[in-house]
Design a binder for this molecule. Structure first.
Ligand SMILES: Cc1cc2nc3c(=O)[nH]c(=O)nc-3n(C[C@H](O)[C@H](O)[C@H](O)COP(=O)(O)OP(=O)(O)OC[C@H]3O[C@@H](n4cnc5c(N)ncnc54)[C@H](O)[C@@H]3O)c2cc1C
Length: 67
């Protein structure tokens, strides 16, 4: 499959973060979005996650992100 020459938004990385950004942007109506994944969607850290939704992280910023 060929990549488009231009896009309003290019997301690098198809883990949970990249897929979530793509999902939420398109839900907001921003549909010219390209997600680039070097191997296979969720093949990175996301593949290993147990799926637990914890909110306390090592730093305040990471805790805010998790919330
Ligand atoms: C063993 C383990 C268990 C875990 N369990 C949990 C859990 O229970 N609950 C929880 O909340 N979190 C858990 N985590 C943490 C969680 O998995 C990560 O915080 C989360 O998956 C990170 O997502 P991400 O999208 O930022 O990164 P990733 O999932 O790593 O995605 C990054 C993607 O970018 C791609 N990429 C990298 N460079 C490029 C490039 N140059 N061009 C194109 N693509 C590129 C990679 O191939 C990869 O697919 C766990 C982590 C591990 C290791």
């Amino acid at each position: 499959m060929s990549l488009p020459g231009t896009a309003d938004v290019v997301i690098v990385g198809g883990g949970v973060a990249g897929c979530s950004i793509a999902y939420h942007l398109t839900k907001l109506g921003i549909t010219d979005v390209v997600l680039c994944e070097r191997k296979q969607l969720t093949c990175g850290t996301t593949w290993h996650a147990a799926g637990l939704v914890t909110q306390l992280r090592a730093t305040r910023n990471m805790t805010e992100l998790a919330k």
